[in-house]
Design a protein around this ligand. Structure first.
Ligand code: KG4
Ligand code: ZN
Length: 337
């Protein structure tokens, strides 16, 4: 079974072909990605209308490129998968429209994928894929969740952010510091030059006794510090605040992940989503997990942020376990799924 997957939920157009294997872990044949970051940078964030228009421009050429790289003819595709949600409605509609049109023209079924399930399963494309069950830390721009994962589709939510997501905390703090978009990578780069101990930032819900997160207070604390410094702010102040912000976010993510491992008694942790690309988060999780004989799995760095490979993969893994693709799911996108 060959699955073509299309991702267009936000500011990356991703297309991929995966092929099911007898092991139950599909193989990636090829993937291609176009990031709109440069286009949105001037506005300090994603402009939904521009995102939709750019997906329209990119998706067909990327599909052609991926099929050529995979050495697969369109007629050989068995199922066309797309991101059904959550995401920007107009952006999702582009991927859904193209996927459903292609499928209809080919007489093949379509399969709508939950974007977060794509992230969650993306480490299965790594050279050392995890085994079930595991604890998953899902950290993206819109979500921060800890989950117990027993199998594909068997997810138990252990805790989540009650306000901002971890990626959002990175992005909003970076904006307050006048850094570029997306904030996570730029803030992390600047933090390398800063002294985190120069500022004491809050770690809300750290001792709440549950696995929920809260990052809105952190953003407020960053704003307060930035306002206090006013026009006197120098590059070193900015680097120090960036370092303290990153440390606060990473500290909470690591401690809650360890608490989730303790609570479930599991010895495997999977980290997925854009913030999973953060070097400090990886280093600290690796160190804490090594102490506890816990194995940590990450997606390949290039597949941490949005991509088509994870969407094709999630569809193939679901279909291999009995999910049935449809012919009538058309434009049923779910922006707030
Ligand atoms: O998973 P993703 O690509 O998109 C969503 O589904 O949201 O995640 C994007 C988020 C953004 O908030 C971005 O700032 C953050 O991931 N991010 C990072 C890093 N790379 C991306 N945050 C911290 N450190 C990074 N290196
Ligand atoms: Zn994402």
């Amino acid at each position: 079974m060959k699955v073509l997957g299309v991702e267009s939920s936000c500011d990356e157009t991703g297309v991929a072909v995966v092929e099911a294997t007898p092991t139950g872990v599909p193989k990636l044949r090829a993937h291609a990605l176009h990031s709109q970051i440069d286009m949105h940078q001037a506005y300090g964030g994603v402009v939904p209308e521009l995102a939709s228009r750019d997906h329209i421009r990119r998706v067909v050429p990327l599909t052609r490129q991926v099929l050529a790289e995979a050495g697969v003819d369109l007629a050989e595709i068995d199922v066309v998968a797309f991101t059904r949600g959550p995401g920007l409605a107009g952006a999702l509609l582009v991927g859904a429209g193209v996927a459903c049109s292609l499928a209809a023209a080919l007489g093949k079924p379509v399969f709508g994928v939950h974007h977060l399930e794509g992230h969650l399963l993306s480490p299965f494309l790594a050279s050392d894929p995890p085994e079930f069950p595991f604890v998953a830390l899902l950290v993206s721009g819109g979500h921060t969740q800890l989950m117990r994962v027993d199998d594909v589709g068997q997810y138990e939510l252990l805790g989540e952010s009650i306000d901002d997501a971890a990626g959002e905390a990175f992005d909003k703090s970076a904006k307050l510091l006048g850094l570029g978009y997306p904030g996570g990578p730029v803030l992390a780069r600047l933090a390398a030059f800063g002294d985190a101990s120069a500022y004491s930032l809050p770690r809300p819900l750290l001792h709440s006794g549950n696995l929920d997160f809260s990052f809105a207070g952190l953003k407020t604390a960053v704003r307060t510090q930035v306002l206090k410094l006013g026009t006197n702010v120098c590059e070193q102040d900015k680097a120090n605040i960036a370092a303290a912000t990153q440390e606060a976010i990473v500290d909470v993510l690591v401690r809650k992940s360890i608490a989730a491992l303790k609570q479930t008694g599991l010895r495997r942790l999977v980290v997925a989503g854009g913030v999973g690309a953060n070097t400090m988060l990886r280093e600290q999780l690796n160190a804490q997990c090594a102490k506890r004989q816990v194995r940590v799995h990450y997606p390949e760095l290039a597949l941490c942020t949005d991509n088509g490979a994870m969407i094709a993969l999630a569809a193939a893994m679901r279909l291999q376990r009995g999910a049935v693709p449809g012919f009538d799911q058309g434009f049923d996108v779910r922006p707030r799924w």
